[in-house]
Design a protein around this ligand. Structure first.
Ligand code: HSE
Length: 436
């Protein structure tokens, strides 16, 4: 007998679980019209089933036991929204064993254990949907998987952490302090349970691992992704960037260079006129370049109950369509039938332009000693800026370089940081401006 409804259960009734439930209930009509059958939210499990989430749950059963969902023979799709590694991974594997499809927003889990989960789902003949794991409500994975499937992806540049973008925006536009703004972002419900995941770039790297895997059809070892956060960005560097016509953004970058992949997360200086540099506040944005399509840009809310719920429910509808059409497995979970292992380049081997801020004494011969070391290491300077003048005290001196090899920059700075006229470690920010 043809299936009449798609039954779902949600594990985790937190921010995203609440948004997902709300969408499934309040948008039930439009979902049914798109799918041709109702999506029925049967059960929600959470340790806390008492708190009022402000939704009219109707016949939805609340339970404190995830097992009630994982073993319910009527449930077709399990939505995992508890986050973290344990017990999320065990729950998902159990759902697969019980022949249930799974939808998750769990980027940390996918970044580290994705390969095991993709293989387990395929083996069980079920699907794993993870649109919500990257950039919340922006349908970026669908775009890379389907809309841009004709292309060799050349690069993806993404602002994929709203917390960092909010902090950098307020530091830039309002001259606010890092710690103070972080507290606000946490209060707004954007930050991860452990906010170091946000500010140290780990959350962005989790998302980049998923994007890279999907864009290039390669397994990605999470530890191969270079990750640097925004906690060391100072108002001084933000001001220098402004003077030079740049903005500092935390970017997740993946690109293919000579058959290898660059996958890195770090603060990046971008010309302030670049579209992605104009993306402010908690918003996310991704610029994807394909060889056929050229440049594309995706913008929207990367976190929050309803935007992330929107992505979760889109996966439920997509899985529902395949169930109803008898075409489960039509689109491979990893977007490629034929995957190839591509090497992730070592950070030492990448090339970039650089912003270097030295703290150096303002006296004759200092500049030539610094530029001498840079020149010896094949680093060419494109512009220089010094602000203020102090006798017998270090002043900030900024140099912008032409394209250089990271290994050379590190070697040069090791030597420069030891010069007696230089105090403190030199600040390094990579620059993307296409001008070389
Ligand atoms: N902590 C993340 C952010 C939430 O700030 O964007 C969405 O993954």
């Amino acid at each position: 007998m043809a299936k009449k409804a798609i039954n779902v259960g949600i594990i985790g009734f937190g921010t995203v679980g609440t948004g997902t439930a709300r969408i499934l209930i309040e948008n039930a009509d439009i979902i049914q019209r798109r799918l041709g059958a109702p999506v029925v939210l049967k059960k929600i499990s959470d340790l806390d089933v008492k708190r009022d989430r402000g939704i009219a749950l109707g016949n939805v059963q609340l339970t404190t036991s995830a097992q009630e969902i994982l073993t319910d023979p009527d449930i077709d799709v399990v939505i995992e929204l508890i986050g973290g590694y344990k017990p999320a991974k065990e729950f998902i594997l159990e759902a697969f064993r019980n022949k249930k499809h799974v939808v998750t927003a769990n980027k940390a889990l996918l970044a580290v254990h994705g390969e095991e989960l993709y293989a387990a789902a395929e083996k069980a003949g079920v699907t794993l949907g993870y649109e919500a794991s990257v950039a919340g409500g922006i349908p970026i994975l669908a775009a890379v998987r389907s809309g841009l499937a004709a292309n060799n992806i050349e690069s993806i540049y993404g602002i994929v952490n709203g917390t960092c973008n909010y902090i950098l925006t307020l530091m830039t536009n309002a001259g606010r302090k890092f710690d103070e703004v972080l507290k606000e972002a946490q209060a707004m419900g954007y930050a991860e349970a452990d906010p170091t995941f946000d500010i140290e770039g780990i959350d962005s790297a989790h998302k980049l691992a998923v994007l890279t895997m999907l864009a290039y059809g390669t397994p990605v070892k999470f530890d191969d992704i270079y990750t640097e956060g925004i906690s060391k960005i100072t108002p001084l560097d933000i001001d220098f960037a402004k003077d030079l016509g740049y903005k500092i953004k935390l970017l997740a970058i993946t690109k293919k260079v000579n058959g290898e992949i660059e996958a890195r997360v770090h603060p990046t200086m971008l010309p302030e006129t670049y579209p992605i540099a104009t993306v402010d506040g908690v918003f996310n944005a991704l610029a994807v370049v394909g060889d056929a399509v050229g440049s594309t840009m995706f913008y929207g809310r990367g976190a929050g109950d309803m935007p992330t719920g929107s992505a979760v429910v889109s996966d439920v509808i997509s899985i529902g369509r395949d169930i109803l059409a008898g075409s489960v497995g039509r689109s491979p979970i990893t977007a490629f039938r034929d995957r190839k292992v591509l090497k992730i380049r070592k950070m030492d081997d990448i090339t970039s332009c650089y912003y270097l801020r030295f703290s150096a004494l303002d006296k004759p011969g200092v500049l030539s000693r610094i530029t001498g070391v840079l020149g010896k290491n094949n680093i060419s300077i494109s512009s220089m800026l010094q602000k203020g003048r102090k006798v017998d005290e270090a002043v900030p001196i900024v140099m912008m370089t032409h394209e250089a090899v990271e290994r050379d920059v590190r070697k040069a700075l090791e030597e420069i940081n030891k010069l007696d006229c230089v105090s403190g470690a030199t600040v390094v920010i990579r620059v993307e401006d296409g001008s070389k």
